[in-house]
Design a protein around this ligand. Sequence first.
Ligand code: BGC
Length: 772
Amino acid sequence: MTTPATPSSLGTDSSPDLFAEAEPRDVVARLSLEQKAELVTGATFWTTAAVEEAGIPAIMVTDGPHGLRKQGGAADHLGLEQSVPATCFPPAVALGSAFDTDLAERVGAAIGAEARAEGVGVVLGPGLNIKRSPLCGRSFEYFSEDPLVSGELAAAVTRGIQSRGVGACLKHFAANNQEHDRMRVSSDVDARPLREIYLRGFERAIASARPWTVMSAYNKINGVSASEDPWLLTEVLRDQWGFDGLVISDWFAVGDRVEALRAGLDLEMPTTGGASQEQVIAAVQEGDLDEAALDRCAARVVELVQKVQAGARTPAVDVDVQAHHALAREAAARSAVLLKNDDEILPLDASASVAVIGEFARTPRYQGAGSSQINPTRVDDALTAITAASRAEVRFAPGFPLEGAEETASGTAESLRAEAAEAAGAADVAVVFLGLPAADESEGFDREHLDLPAEQLNLLEAVVEANPRTVVVLSHGGVVALPFAQTVPAILEGWLLGQAGGSATADLLYGTANPSGRLTETIPLRLADSPAYLDFPGEHGHVRYGEGVFVGYRWYDARDLDVAFPFGHGLSYTRFEHTDLDVSVEADELRIRTTITNTGERDGHEVVQVYVGRPGSAVARAPRELKAFTAVALQAGESQIVELRVPRQDLAHWDRRLDRWVVEGGEHVVAVGASSRDLRQETRVEVPGDEVAVPLTRESTLGDALAHPLTGPLVREAVQEAAQSGGGGDVFSAEGLMRMLESFPLGRLGGFSTSGMDQEWVDGLIARTRRG
Ligand code: BGC
């Protein structure tokens, strides 16, 4: 009935056109129960089932996200076995820092082209989970601590991948913010942070890029498995957001296939060797599962196969390996963040002698471990690129052994340090490559601290002592503490820059490229300052999101905490001036215009950031939230008027009483600048609010009734009267009395016989708010 499938069967079945043009529902209507059950679970580790009689070919889905990880032989979901060579672009931690959606789209298109050339139907990425704690082991796979940045960048990568006739996959849906206990833990998160922080990026990317697929996460949300949650996978995703693609499970995420089907999880991956099929068939036969639910999921699989087939018929773009490497280099140069550059020590003068120190210069760290690990087409190292860029002497000292490497070949930590200090002392400038050992950060586990290895910090101290003209270049996927931030004059935050990171680093050091990356996450002074510090990674199967909406800079700003480097920060070799801010409030958006001028001598990119705050809000809020951004390319001396838009909906918070978004009216502060703490211009605008009238119940308080537009005047009047008739005693005015009574439930006011606010009065108030 069904045959084991390979993607090569794509489009080679007996009736491709009939299948391609058929309504998915009609295709499914002709399938047997067994065939439908086959379709909704993977046939192999990476492919769906083919149903030859119905002309349904298999398709291949594979990782993602910053390049293609297509395995030819043995398969695994942890990046352990080999995959075909593919361009390793900068992982999301770096690409996000460019704050450039066009660039991200071009990278996505290149990944899509490589996937297409390899016969892959869906690339499992981008990943857009929020960086809740800097310790998350997969930080390198995610864009930001901010949902706008995450959503916009993910949308751009999605558009790019899908422009090549290949599907993208937003992952991991949702609230998957740690690796510890990842297949079981329940992310216990309130409605507001869930909607405003953890779901918002997904909602945005789905609305703007229409991904073909979304991957359900391993974890639970408030006790319910994300892969078996009808609220998440159907109510929110489809009914509220209008998602019309396919939901695929994370690998081995499904505990109960029948429950998952009911919830709206269309395709379980990978194969379960027939076990899931048996469960599904039995559940339908025993009347435990409505066959219509199975039909819906099967139809979505059919529709995805049709999309992949149609994509495979569009004209293919040749994969130019050199051009993709060049794009990886461009993207890497745009992604690194120049944190500090005292006395303009950078860019380096090509005629200055340089001591290149640190094993990472020769043996680069350019991606993280796990399912996203790409087999690169080539790898550039910074040492070779610096040697090529320099016209003076370049001396290399490894400085420290890589973890696991025997110290004997190159000496002990002490002798390596002495050798490095000697090289630094003899050179005009020292460039020290520090970073986290590869084994420290990976899918599957979280870090326990933010520290760089002690031998690296000791090395740096010795080098700076020998030559204060020292530049630090960092390679790591998650934020690290920077105890040397005050003592070294320049720091280039290189994250993990992909296969061309080495040459891009030399481009930046020598000024062939001008740094323009900005932090998509705050670098705290101490781990203990970070928002989730006390609630990460949880215990006994639960992690409490106690910081609520105060994630990332929202937390540091609300608590007025000093940080090492703030969200949005990043320097350039040129300077930008922001002037002429003008904000207009339109019915459906804020329109922001500002002039940006490159007042320096080099061409460069400025990342213009718009933050909006609502002082005195009735709900707990951060002082400001990023609401729009754009990366502007400006030649030296050039000036440009930049227009940004903030859709009205983006000003809304989630009202948990009404279970919907609400724009709170009133004065909003719009600030535009070069980082969350380098706001150059500010203005205040009045934004009309949404009508909010929550019907009163006996559980509502007198305060609720006072705030309600229909009952407020009546309550004010009644309290006034009560105060005048002595109800406030000698102490309270009407205002004071109100303050004292505002938390009193209406249903329990009846006992106040003297107040006039008796049962009948209460019933009248409630009735008023229910009439219309
Ligand atoms: C990861 C996914 C990945 C899948 C397939 C899982 O371990 O969480 O991101 O796409 O494996 O490799």
